[in-house]
Design a protein around this ligand. Structure first.
Ligand code: IMP
Ligand code: MG
Length: 181
């Protein structure tokens, strides 16, 4: 059975996310106050809601670009082998770059993407993740800014999916499996 029954319990409300994004945007504005034009790079697909809300709070000149790295497929476990499936459209050499990720879990994805982009010699590269699951880390890495640290639970909503579902929830919820009725 591809989709066992599950329910979603709210973990972080839409209101808490919005309040946290205001704080994060303030810190980013301070860091990049002198930028000519910040390249904000969203990692597809999980960061699409977060990046949309974040850039609208930034009040800086920004260019938005996207990168897609291979991830979970439809499962709940990381494959650990990260590949770039879709590259940026724009140049980042000597530019200021902010990489926007939905969740740092094992850390393999962000580690790989950071290395990949640093090869292009940006002037400055910073990272932000909405969520962080430190208990699951396999690579020693931390995003420069994190929205919320969460326990080792599988979460959905606010752009984040389980087998391509639930990205359109306004809040972050945790997946809880239930017995068949
Ligand atoms: P990492 O390479 O293990 O750090 O995995 C990062 C990616 O795994 C994130 O960008 C998410 O797409 C995905 N991921 C990690 N945890 C979850 C989760 O709880 N729900 C849905 N996707 C997740
Ligand atoms: Mg992802």
């Amino acid at each position: 059975m591809p989709h066992p029954n599950y329910v979603i319990d709210e973990m972080i409300s839409a209101k808490s996310i919005a309040a946290r994004i205001e704080e994060l945007a303030k810190a980013i504005r301070t860091e990049f106050a002198d930028t000519d034009k910040l390249v904000v790079v969203g990692l597809l697909r999980g960061s699409f809601v977060f990046i949309a809300d974040l850039v609208r709070e930034l009040d800086l000149p920004v260019e938005v670009d996207f990168l897609e790295a291979s991830s979970y497929g439809d499962g709940m476990e990381s494959t650990r082998e990260v590949r770039i499936l879709k590259d940026l459209r724009g140049q980042i050499e000597r530019r200021d770059v902010l990489v926007v990720e939905d969740i740092v879990d094992t850390g393999h994805t962000l580690a790989h993407v950071t290395k990949f982009l640093l090869n292009r010699k940006p002037a400055r590269l910073k990272t932000i993740a909405l969520l962080d699951k430190p208990a699951r880390r396999e690579v020693d890495l931390k995003a420069d800014w994190t929205g919320f640290e969460i326990p080792d639970e599988f979460v959905v909503g606010y752009g984040i999916d389980f087998a391509q579902r639930n990205r359109n929830l306004g809040f972050i919820g945790k997946v809880r499996f239930v017995e068949d009725a």
